[in-house]
Write a protein that binds this ligand. Sequence first.
Ligand code: ADP
Ligand code: MG
Length: 349
Amino acid sequence: MWYERFLGPLGVDMGIDLGTCNTLVAVRGQGIVLNEPSVVAVKKGTNQVLKGGQAVGWVAKEMLGKTPGSITAVRPLKDGVISDFEITEAMLNYFITKVTGRVRMLGPRVVISIPSGITAVEKRAVFDSAEHAGARKTYLLEEPIAAAIGAGLPFAEATASMIVDIGGGTTEVAIMSLADIANCESIRVAGDDMDEAIISYLKRNYSMMIGEQTAERIKIQIGSAAPVGEETEMDVRGRDMVSGLPRKTKITSEEIRDALSEPVMNIIEAITRTLERAEPELAADLVENGITLAGGGALLTGLPVQITKATGLDVALAEDPLTCVARGTAIYLENIEVWKDTLENNSDI
Ligand code: ADP
Ligand code: MG
């Protein structure tokens, strides 16, 4: 638009990583300006967002598992699918408004990264939500591409690179070359499933119930995919399933590694399957370029070692894996004029 040459600075350009656990917003020239859990508080049994729509993000996450009878906190993207369009829209609206402020002459241009596994209907819903929230132009970008850009991979060049983005609800595995995805797979096994595996383990072996937040803490503190460093232990509090009373117990890092072995194996299998499907020339490039990990789940201790063991390839963590996708969307925005034709076209929406 001709007026953007004059009004451009008034409008905000933002990149949004709409994650199953966390939503991040990066603004051109400012870096990451918002980083909040993808959680919304609603009236129980309805999809009615709490009055004023303020119970989103951190405020709502505090409520998870602790809400009084009439309220529940939900994660509308939990499994990488949008479980409720209205709640997702309310969340996106809240985050966009929080960043732009209420009064703006010009709506923002928005690049939203979405899990590559979501359906056309879900894409449409995300797209519409952004428009309803006042976006003047909306682009959807597949998450592996955003992750690859954020990780600084040579994704537009004639050499293959592989990115594995392990989030809360989904793991996205993709081989990229010449600014396009050559092979990819999205599975619904990621960080949340690791937490679930820890919950089951304590149930099975200690007859103890623990909450999701506790399970996540155990995973982060003493969880691992392979034995690296010293073995440790941790006190865990929960509820005894027999007596029904609160109790504490000690667990070791070996036990938690054992508990995590199944989700870890599922993730590694998705990686090897994708490698097996790659064209020989691309596979050859990967011997040089290796595999790059992004997303919070990539921070699990010993995961790179375990993936190297299974694939024989070098595995590196992207710098700051939790913000990789959001930074990628911001870089995409800066280059949007060059890239918008080559990347995900939004014409099918
Ligand atoms: P999404 O993109 O789906 O919102 P994120 O990339 O934000 O997900 O990652 C969230 C996941 O990363 C959660 O399951 C969280 O428990 C996990 N996570 C965060 N930090 C660590 C860590 N240090 N070790 C293991 N897992 C972690
Ligand atoms: Mg993510």
